[in-house]
Design a protein around this ligand. Structure first.
Ligand code: CP
Length: 339
């Protein structure tokens, strides 16, 4: 890794290739993604203990900064940090000084002055965690909890963990992502992860109005017809219609969308019999998924939520250990400079 590396990795990896921030899956190698999954696997057992704690982040302070609403991501980051024994600060943006006009940079400077070791950031602006990672004091780790339409890397990794648990390996898998790909940071991160981990085919199924331009360049095939798209699938991932991000009329109606692209038992029967059904949440029953499918035998939607804790424990502990390795390296270089 060099300072002139144009990929995000000059920011998120140490010179030795360890995570120090977790901003995007772009540029992360298969061995590193596999290491995250293996580390997460080792934390699943912690969640089954009566005392669900390990001391890896004891004495560290994690600040959860959610500038956008969240249920699953925020709660599982908080639980993950607590299970790692960190002190957790949940900044309530609606009652914080941000609502009085304080800038993001000033909020962060103040939180740094409280000796925070890690910021978990969700923001409506794509690139906000990246911007913070560029300006933060060395030693403070930034974890992206979802930025605009750009990336949701921990969501994609918990999805990969769930797929690996059910399908054992990625090679040979046909995976479809269905619905509002245009506004989905989750889909972008999932496509990247599935390709890097070796899935045979990543297919997106959606109307043209809900697909980004040049969608194939993300690393997927495109199918506009749901019945054709469901054929031979091992995994189907449904997406929420992100109405809050839609500008103009991209759909005739929700009812028409559900008729054409909503997942019901009839459409699911077109996939392989052991096809698993996933959804990052929040689910909208009767908009993108039928209740009988969301709650059915092939659904692993709640497994995804549970796995979110282990994956976030893995990412936080790995980033903190990368920051510590880098700090030791800096100290060594300073000592050598003085000698
Ligand atoms: N999947 C996801 O990001 O859900 P939340 O918005 O509830 O965090």
């Amino acid at each position: 890794m060099t300072e002139t590396d144009p990929s995000p990795n000059h920011l998120q990896l140490t010179r030795g290739g360890q995570l120090r921030h977790f901003l995007t899956l772009d540029g992360l190698s298969r061995p590193l993604l596999t290491d995250i999954l293996d580390t997460a696997d080792s934390f699943i057992e912690v969640g089954a203990r009566s005392i669900k704690k390990v001391p890896l982040l004891r004495g560290r302070t994690v600040a959860n900064l959610f500038f956008e609403s969240s249920t699953r991501t925020r709660s599982t980051f908080e639980l993950a940090a607590k299970r790692l024994s960190a002190d957790v600060l949940n900044l309530d943006i609606s009652t914080s000084a941000t609502s009085k006009g304080e800038s993001l940079s000033d909020t962060l400077l103040n939180l740094e002055a409280m000796a925070s070791d890690m910021f978990v950031v969700r923001h409506s602006q794509s690139g906000a965690p990246h911007f913070i990672a560029e300006s933060v004091t060395p030693g403070v780790a930034i974890i992206n909890a979802g930025d605009g339409r750009h990336a949701h890397p921990t969501q994609a990794m918990l999805d990969m963990l769930t797929i690996r648990q059910h399908k054992k390996q990625f090679e040979g898998l046909k995976v479809a992502i269905v619905g509002d790909v245009l506004h989905s940071r989750v889909a972008r991160s999932q496509i990247r992860a599935l390709n890097e981990l070796g899935a045979e085919e990543v297919r997106v199924i959606a109307p043209g109005t809900l697909l980004p331009r040049d969608v194939e360049e993300l690393g997927c095939t495109v199918e506009y017809d749901m019945a054709r798209g469901m054929k031979d699938l091992d995994v189907v991932i449904m997406l929420r219609l992100q109405k809050e991000r839609m500008e103009g009329a991209l759909l005739p109606s929700e009812r028409e969308f559900y008729r054409l692209y909503g997942l019901n038992q009839e459409k699911l029967a077109l996939a392989k019999p052991d096809c698993i059904v996933m959804h990052p949440g929040p689910i909208n029953r009767g908009v993108e998924i039928e209740s009988a499918v969301a709650d059915g035998r092939q659904s692993v939607i709640l497994n995804q939520v549970t796995n979110g804790i282990a994956v976030r424990m893995a990412v936080m502990s790995m980033a903190m250990s990368g920051q510590m390795a880098e700090r030791q390296q800096r100290q060594l270089e300073q000592q050598e400079g003085r000698a």
